[in-house]
Each structure stands twice: as structure tokens, then as C-alpha cells.
Design a binder for this molecule. Structure first.
Ligand code: ADP
Ligand code: MG
Length: 254
């Protein structure tokens, strides 16, 4: 049994109208563990990611990252904890400042983390190597990089602060199939080499099979099934999971 890193307990979140987007979800991610969160578009995955990162507050229930409420990690004192919880978004083009060179975006994360200026260039180059990018690309702006390269920059930026857990919200769904496989290989390799924990979100069960230790299936904001990938593929218990497995073309994501 690994040490608990992220623990959600009976978390519910409702937007202004409609049923709860996340409804009584309990979930744990242990250190060094990859938990996949799977469900069709609109099932509440991104809402759950925002709750886990403390970007949204739950209406009820609790979220804890290593014992801390991630929604209350403000100020200098919280910085060391905040640094250990990172995010890779679905659309890196939207999350990277178009005016900043790729290297500057990663250096900025180091600066926020308190890394002295003089140490940043070498660390940026090292992070580019870690994610399989030529450090020369650090001089390019987002519009001069491909989707796969941008996603690698987003991973480098997440790694800059030495995280224990990275929440990845559909990190490959906007990429072509071959590039998707490369980014998945990168994340799997990093997870193993660095002992990272991942909360890996996807609408595509096929994508998570390669890297998940445990799969949590979400439907209408509720957990309908939780199992190891092998158990899920061989003996899915819920009809919804069977439908996801059978889907030839996964539903479009939001
Ligand atoms: P997923 O990531 O699985 O596609 P989301 O968490 O984005 O699901 O959305 C879950 C539900 O909450 C959907 O019905 C969606 O329309 C709704 N929703 C998401 N974000 C908002 C928002 N900011 N305001 C109102 N409703 C939202
Ligand atoms: Mg989403």
C-alpha cells in the first residue's frame, strides 16, 4: 500500500444550473501511482481535475493533497506544497503565453519556485532533455512549435518544480495518433523514472491501458467502477464500462 498523496472524500460540485457535475466522488492516488479517470465527454472529469488542483472549491466533501487543502495553498509558506502538485492541460497552446519563448515559460515556473536566476538556464536545458526536446527549441514561441512539442513543453513546465503528483487532463486528445503515442511513452517513462504519481484523465479507455495502475470510471459525475486495467478489460462489471470498451470511435471531448 502506497502513501496517500491525493484524497478526495465524497466530493460534490454543482455549477449554477443542472445536476451536480461531480457527485459524491471518493478517490485516492498514492505516491508513485498512476490512476486513470475515464468517462465520456461531460462526465465531470475536468471539474474533478479542477477540484483536485484546488482551482474549484467543492460544495461538500473534502480534497486533500498530502494532508493539505489544495484550495488554500496561498502565499510563500504554501509554495513548497504547491510545487509538488502540478498540471498538464489538454490544450497547451491555450495555456502557454504566446508572447513567451518556450524556455521562458519553463524558467518562469522555476522563478515562481524560488530558483535563483543564474541557475535557471541550465535547469531549463536539463528539463528540455528530460522531455525529449532539443534545448534549441527553448528560443521558439508557442506558434513556432507543433502540438506534440508544445505538450512536451507543458510537461517540462510541470516538472520544473519537482512535483510528486501531476494531474493530466486529456493531455494527448488534441494530438495525432502517432504523436499521442509518443507523449504517452514520455509520461509513462517519466512516471517510472521519477516515481511520479499521475491522475491521468482521458475519454479513451484504450489510451489509459498502457499506463494506469488503477482505472476509475466516471459517469454523470459519479464513480461507476474502479479496477485494475486487466480486470476492467477482462471482466468489466458495469454496462457503461462495456460500452466505453466497445466504442470504436470515442466520443468527442470538450
Ligand atoms: P468532462 O471533462 O468529462 O467533459 P466537465 O467537468 O467539463 O466534463 O463537465 C461536466 C458537466 O459540467 C457538463 O455537463 C458541463 O456542461 C458542466 N460544466 C463544466 N464546466 C462548467 C462551467 N464552468 N459552468 C457550468 N457548467 C459547467
Ligand atoms: Mg474535460
Amino acid at each position: 500500500m502506497t502513501r496517500d498523496l491525493l484524497v478526495l472524500d465524497a466530493v460534490t460540485k454543482r455549477y449554477r444550473s443542472g445536476p451536480p457535475a461531480v457527485d459524491g466522488v471518493s478517490l485516492r492516488v498514492g505516491s508513485g501511482e498512476t490512476v486513470a479517470l475515464v468517462g465520456e465527454s461531460g462526465s465531470g472529469k475536468s471539474t474533478l481535475a479542477r477540484l483536485a488542483l484546488g482551482l474549484l472549491a467543492p460544495d461538500s466533501g473534502t480534497v486533500r493533497f498530502d494532508g493539505h487543502d489544495p484550495g488554500r495553498l496561498f502565499g510563500r509558506a504554501a509554495r513548497p506544497v504547491r510545487a509538488r502538485l502540478q498540471f498538464v492541460p489538454q490544450h497547451p497552446r491555450g495555456s502557454l503565453n504566446p508572447a513567451l519563448r518556450a524556455g521562458e515559460a519553463v524558467a518562469f515556473a522555476l522563478r515562481v519556485h524560488g530558483t535563483p536566476r543564474a541557475e535557471r538556464p541550465a535547469l531549463v536545458a536539463d528539463l528540455f532533455h528530460k522531455v525529449g526536446l532539443d534545448p534549441a527549441l527553448a528560443r521558439r514561441r508557442p506558434r513556432e512549435l507543433s502540438g506534440g512539442q508544445l505538450q512536451r513543453v507543458a510537461v517540462a513546465r510541470a516538472l520544473a518544480t519537482g512535483p510528486d503528483l501531476i494531474v493530466c487532463d486529456e493531455p494527448t486528445s488534441a494530438l495525432d495518433t502517432t504523436v499521442q503515442a509518443q507523449v504517452l511513452d514520455l509520461l509513462t517513462g517519466l512516471q517510472r523514472r521519477l516515481g511520479l504519481a499521475l491522475l491521468f484523465i482521458s475519454h479513451d479507455l484504450g489510451v489509459v491501458r498502457q499506463l494506469a495502475h488503477r482505472v476509475v470510471v466516471l459517469r454523470h459525475g459519479r464513480v461507476v467502477e474502479e479496477a485494475t486495467p486487466d480486470a476492467l478489460w477482462h471482466t468489466p462489471r458495469h454496462s457503461y464500462t462495456r460500452a466505453l470498451l466497445a466504442a470504436d470511435t470515442p466520443p468527442a471531448t470538450q
